[in-house]
Structures are given as structure tokens and as C-alpha cells.
Ligand binder design. Structure first.
Ligand code: OXD
Ligand code: MN
Length: 596
């Protein structure tokens, strides 16, 4: 037991012990000594495997149940008294049903196990941005990941005091049977219950569950924003400006957050600073600007595709003290993944525990991937070479621009600027993207993913858009809003834009626009860079590629309106009138076909 007695916390822990029936209860104190003790315990119980400690100091391998490798949106619920509070894009369950169903699963599920109590802070301890949670879990894997992803232990209990508010985060892996998998949010009670899964997004409850679903609910009440956004700083001539960017899962937020300037722009003295790669909490600062804080302390990044060409900073970040989940385990205790770093091991074990070697084919002759497409690395943010010196500043960083984006083969140009805040909210609300492997479902299918928050908004998204619109009125100096699309393809299916470090060219234009410079032409959908608007020094794009990248085809955008209308229609009266106004004026602008 700890030194501080918070009666509410103690009562909840006691109640959970009665229900889960663990063999013992352990309060996580967050010390280094504890971390090595728990690591040894996890190795002894077979939850993690130490990698070659010379090559990968402090790194471990873990494999999840093959049925449990991604977020399960169809089993994720918002449990509010009124169904309308959850809105049409969330699954809803009544709080009574939610508690009753989960109780049945939790009952006795911790028998033979230790129940860990993890006090954690999302955001630097004591910052005005920060929120405290306590996760109860029977998973040592969760404990070891939480030690990386959040600020954890006694110092959080000290901050909580004897009566502070905290989110109750109750997790049991139970038997890991999908039948017993439920990810339940009770925003009215500031509580989360997650059962039957040990996958990060379902089980590390500080991340998607608290920092997005519960926090978005609190943010509406307390007049701030909890968003699925990276935060990065762009330094030039001794001045650093910050932007946030919201892309759907596995669309390159981590890569953009850790971008390295390409040669052509390095010469101008650019340097990129990483503040966060997944979540931003934003509040209006005393100077009237919007300020952002990264509530997390680590990165839970997608491994496949990460290599020293696509993201050298991520590769450097995971050199030590990292947990790798569901990648290939080489026989010499190395790790590897598709489109990864270096040569694959001559032989090893695949993500689902089967013997694997390069070139392995299935019975139909198809290559068998060694790593799961949603395999992950969990690494401390402080180890990132580009981590901003002020990433833990309790007052956050001031934001000049907010960027939305999706993965679209066609339609959306490389970048455009919204006409004003309300139009920017419309742009965010109508983001659509091709589905990736971060969630269960059909990869490649286009779905609307407003503000990249579709799976993460803890209340009715119609009200969420209303909250965004209201915030615009409350921020004396609001950031400008932009939309980007790195994924446009030519008629042969090849990407038109090289992406990665070259994306700084787009950020440069965005910042120029924020300071009243930056050449642009007005189109029906917003401001698009003029032909000579982007600095393309040192970049050899094929002839005509830039024209295609910046092309706005009114017919295609008009065709898109049908999908937007049916998406908006489902919100009924909850959809703010302002968005219909934006819809109609866009429709009007598209008819005039003012193409630059
Ligand atoms: C994530 C996700 O893990 O968005 O960040 O799925
Ligand atoms: Mn994410």
C-alpha cells in the first residue's frame, strides 16, 4: 500500500479485488528498481523475451494473442445515460448494461494473477493541461508499456492527494477470448472498463480511451480540445513555430512528427522538433493563442514501413529500452519487420509464433509476412533525437497552424488552406481516408474520418463539430487550418509525391501563409499553392507531377458532396447549421468553377 490514502481510490481498489479475486495486489511506484524487478518477473512468466542485450539494450519482445492485434471498434462503446449523447458514429450501451456485462467477465478473472494498480498522469505532472488516471490491470505487459507511455507511480499519487479527481481505468485480459472483449467508456462517471484484450489501443487505457474518448468529453465541458494530432516544431533563424496535424491511424503521423529536412531545405537552416506523435491537448493561452501539450510520454508506433529512410529518428529512438510487439523475432534474438531496417534474419519466428524465414510462401504461393501489419514499438519519447527541448513544458507550445489529412488516391490536392475557422471545421469534419491496418476491418476502403477522430470521439460527433465551431469564437488568435494529402496517385497507380522529409516543403508553405506570405491561388475548396508557391529546390519531380498534385477538379468535388450529405444527415439536429451553410456555399462555389 502507498503512503497516501485517497478514500475513493482505496474503495475502488478494494471493490475490484473482491470482484476480480486476484492472488495479490501490487501498487506500481514508478521506480527504476521496480522496473527491473517487474521486467524480470515478466521474463520469468514468458510475457516478454529479452532481445540480444548487447545489440538492443533494455529491449524486449512480446507477442500478443493472434486474435488480439488491433483496436476492435465494433466492441468499443460509449456508455451514457442517453443514447443521443454517444451519437450515430459510436456504439452505445447503457451504463447499467455496461457495468453488468463487464462485471460478469471480470468476476474471478484475476484468480491466480497479480492485480497491478498504476497511478498515472497524462501530461507532465502538475501541468494545467494534465489529467490523472489510475489503471487497474492483471497484465504485466500493460504495466511495462504504461511505464513508457505515461508518467507513473508515487509522484502521481502525491499530486492526486487525498481527494483529487482521477479516471478509473479497469482492465482485465480475462481469457483473451473475443467473446469477452469489451472496451467501455463511462464519461459521466469518468471511468473506463476494458476486458478480454491486451492490444495497446484497447488495454493501455491512458491512450485512446482516456486521452481521446474521455478527454474529448471533458474538453467540451471545460472549453478545450482533445485531438488525435501530432505536434511538431519547425525551427528556422532561431525561431520555432509549432503546428499540429490530424491523420487517421497509420497514415504517417509518427513519420511527420520526426521529419528530417531534405538537403535542399537543410541549407536554409531548418530543424524539426518533435513534441508528440499521436495526441494533442489544446487550450487557449493567456496570450489569446491556442497552446498544445502532448499528454503521452512515449511512442506506440507502427513498426512495418519504419526504416532509416522513412524515419531515421524513430529507428534511433527504439535503439534501447523499447518493447517490440508482434514483429519478427530472429533466432539470434533480433527484431525485424517488412520494409524495416537491414536484412531480415536468416530464420526466426513470425508475429503469430510460427517458424519464419525470408521468402516464405503460403500454399497459394503468396509471401507470408513475418510481422503483423499493425505490429508496434513502444519507446520512451525522451530518447528521440528530435525531441523538442520543451516537450514537457507545463504550459505547452503555441500553435500557428492545424492540419487535417487523409489517405486519398485522388481528389484532394497536396495541400490547401481553409478560408477561415468555420470553413476549416467543415474541412476537418469531411476528412475521408482509406482504411489502414490499425483497426480491424477492410484495408483500403474509403471511410469518412472527421478530424481523424471517428473511432476516438467520446460523444456525439455532431456536438463535437459544434464545440469546434464555438472554440473558434473563443480563441482570440486562432491558428489557420489546412488540409494535406501525401497519397495522391497518378493514372498508373504511382504516388505523385515523395512524402517523408519532403513534406517539409508543404509545412514551409503553410507557415508562410500563417505569416501573411506564401503565394496561393483561390479555388472553390480553399487556397492552393501558386505554381511557384512551394520551394522545390533539389527535388526532381516528373514533368507535370506538380500540376496533378495541386489540381482541384470541381466535378470530382461535386461528386464527393453526396457522400458528405449522407454522412452529415445521420447526425440530424445535432449537426450545427453552420456546417450545412458551409456545404451549400461550397456547392455554389463548385458550380461557378473558378479554377485557377
Ligand atoms: C494508434 C491508432 O495506435 O491510432 O495511434 O490506432
Ligand atoms: Mn493514433
Amino acid at each position: 500500500m502507498t503512503h497516501i490514502v485517497h478514500e475513493g481510490l482505496k474503495a475502488w481498489v478494494d471493490e475490484t479485488v473482491k470482484l476480480g479475486q486476484p492472488d495479490q495486489v501490487y501498487w506500481v511506484d514508478g521506480s527504476q528498481e521496480e522496473r527491473s524487478r517487474l521486467t524480470k518477473r515478466a521474463i520469468a512468466r514468458g510475457f516478454i523475451i529479452p532481445l540480444d542485450q548487447e545489440k538492443y539494450p533494455g529491449c524486449y519482445y512480446s507477442r500478443s494473442n493472434p486474435n488480439d492485434v488491433a483496436r476492435t471498434e465494433h466492441l468499443t462503446y460509449i456508455c451514457t445515460r442517453k443514447r443521443e449523447e454517444a451519437g450515430p458514429t459510436n456504439n452505445w450501451m447503457s451504463p447499467e448494461d455496461g457495468y453488468a456485462k463487464s462485471k460478469e467477465i471480470i468476476k474471478g478473472s484475476m484468480a491466480g494473477r497479480t492485480m497491478y494498480v498504476i497511478p498515472f498522469s497524462m501530461g507532465p505532472i502538475g501541468s494545467p493541461f494534465s489529467k490523472i488516471g489510475v489503471e487497474i490491470t492483471d497484465s504485466l505487459y500493460v504495466v511495462l508499456n504504461m511505464l513508457i507511455m505515461a508518467r507513473v507511480g508515487h509522484k502521481v499519487l502525491d499530486q492526486l492527494g487525498t481527494a483529487g479527481a482521477f479516471t478509473k481505468c479497469l482492465h482485465t485480459r480475462a481469457d483473451l477470448d473475443v467473446k469477452h472483449r469489451l472496451i467501455l467508456h463511462f464519461p459521466e462517471d469518468n471511468a473506463i472498463v476494458s476486458t478480454g484484450s491486451a492490444y495497446g489501443g484497447n488495454a493501455l487505457l491512458g491512450k485512446k480511451c482516456l486521452a481521446l474518448r474521455i478527454a474529448s468529453w471533458q474538453a467540451r465541458k471545460e472549453n478545450w480540445l482533445a485531438e488525435h494530432m501530432l505536434i511538431l516544431g519547425i525551427e528556422k533563424d532561431g525561431k520555432t513555430e509549432y503546428v499540429t496535424a490530424a491523420f487517421p491511424s497509420a497514415c504517417g503521423k509518427t513519420n511527420l512528427a520526426m521529419l528530417i529536412p531534405p538537403q535542399g531545405l537543410k541549407a536554409k537552416g531548418y530543424r524539426i522538433w518533435t513534441v508528440g506523435d499521436d495526441i494533442a491537448w489544446l487550450r487557449i493561452g493567456p496570450d489569446g493563442r491556442l497552446w498544445a501539450c502532448n499528454p503521452e510520454a512515449g511512442f506506440f508506433g507502427v513498426a512495418p514501413g519504419t526504416n532509416s529512410k522513412t524515419n531515421p529518428n524513430a529507428i534511433a529512438t527504439m535503439k534501447k529500452n523499447t518493447i517490440f510487439t508482434n514483429v519478427v523475432l530472429g533466432d539470434a534474438l533480433s527484431v525485424w519487420w517488412e520494409d524495416g531496417e537491414g536484412a531480415p534474419p536468416a530464420s526466426g519466428t513470425s508475429w503469430d509464433g510460427k517458424p519464419w524465414k525470408p521468402g516464405l510462401k503460403d500454399k497459394d504461393g503468396k509471401p507470408v509476412p513475418g510481422a503483423h501489419p499493425n505490429s508496434r514499438f513502444t519507446a520512451p519519447a525522451g530518447q528521440c533525437p528530435s525531441i523538442a527541448p520543451n516537450w514537457e513544458d507545463p504550459k505547452g507550445v503555441p500553435i500557428s497552424a492545424m492540419i487535417f489529412g487523409g489517405r486519398r488516391e485522388r481528389l484532394a490536392p497536396l495541400v490547401f488552406e481553409a478560408l477561415d475557422w468555420a470553413h476549416g471545421v467543415y474541412v476537418g469534419a469531411t476528412v475521408a481516408s482509406e482504411r489502414t491496418a490499425a483497426a480491424v476491418g477492410k484495408v483500403g476502403e474509403v471511410r469518412r474520418d472527421p478530424m481523424a477522430m471517428l473511432p476516438f470521439c467520446g460523444y456525439n460527433m455532431g456536438d463535437y463539430f459544434g464545440h469546434w465551431l464555438r472554440m473558434g469564437g473563443d480563441i482570440p488568435k486562432p491558428p489557420k487550418i489546412f488540409h494535406v494529402n501525401w497519397f495522391r496517385k497518378d493514372s498508373t497507380g504511382k504516388f505523385l509525391w515523395p512524402g517523408y522529409g519532403e513534406n517539409l516543403r508543404v509545412l514551409e508553405w503553410i507557415l508562410a501563409r500563417c505569416s501573411g506570405k506564401g503565394k496561393a491561388v483561390q479555388t472553390p475548396i480553399g487556397w492552393v499553392p501558386a505554381k511557384d508557391g512551394l520551394d522545390l529546390t533539389g527535388l526532381n519531380l516528373p514533368a507535370g507531377a506538380m500540376d496533378k498534385l495541386l489540381e482541384v477538379k470541381p466535378d470530382e468535388w461535386t461528386a464527393e458532396l453526396d457522400g458528405v450529405k449522407s454522412f452529415f444527415d445521420q447526425f440530424g439536429a445535432a449537426l450545427p447549421e453552420e456546417l450545412w451553410k458551409q456545404f451549400e456555399t461550397l456547392k455554389g462555389r463548385l458550380k461557378i468553377k473558378v479554377l485557377a
